[in-house]
Design a binder for this molecule. Structure first.
Ligand SMILES: [Zn+2]
Length: 131
């Protein structure tokens, strides 16, 4: 539990919100498909960790649009496929369970990716710089 909290604190603002959204969606999916309550199963937990690492390293940083139209394919194929399944299942359910997160995500989905891939914007870079 403690480890999870430390992980959460690495991401700030929009990235933290996005991570919260992914966690909430994975939980919805895991409960329905893997019969879990409260915590997610081991496999979903490792997916959440993968997502966390990718958010931390995302080159678009805190201003990133929604992942769906991203020109960079940063997820591993297996994680990508599973994430798409989770989004499809949990997406419509999010509006009822977590309306604020759902609306924030819909706004983000309207944002455009910049023409050029930025450098040094990732949360990871920012963290290294501030040390
Ligand atoms: Zn699961």
């Amino acid at each position: 539990m403690r480890k999870q909290n430390q992980q959460d604190e690495l991401l700030k603002k929009n990235l933290a919100t996005e991570f919260k959204t992914i966690k909430a969606m994975t939980k919805i999916y895991c409960q329905a498909h893997h019969g879990t309550f409260g915590n997610v199963c081991e496999s979903c937990d490792s997916l959440i960790k993968h997502a966390h690492q990718k958010l931390d390293r995302c080159v678009y940083g805190d201003k990133k649009p929604a992942c769906k139209a991203c020109p960079i394919h940063c997820y591993r194929p297996e994680e990508k496929a599973k994430t798409q399944r989770i989004m499809r299942y949990a997406g419509p359910r999010m509006l009822f369970k977590h309306p604020i997160l759902a609306i924030k995500h819909l706004i983000k989905a309207k944002k455009q990716f910049p023409d050029k891939i930025p450098h040094g914007l990732s949360n990871y870079h920012q963290r290294k710089k501030s040390k």
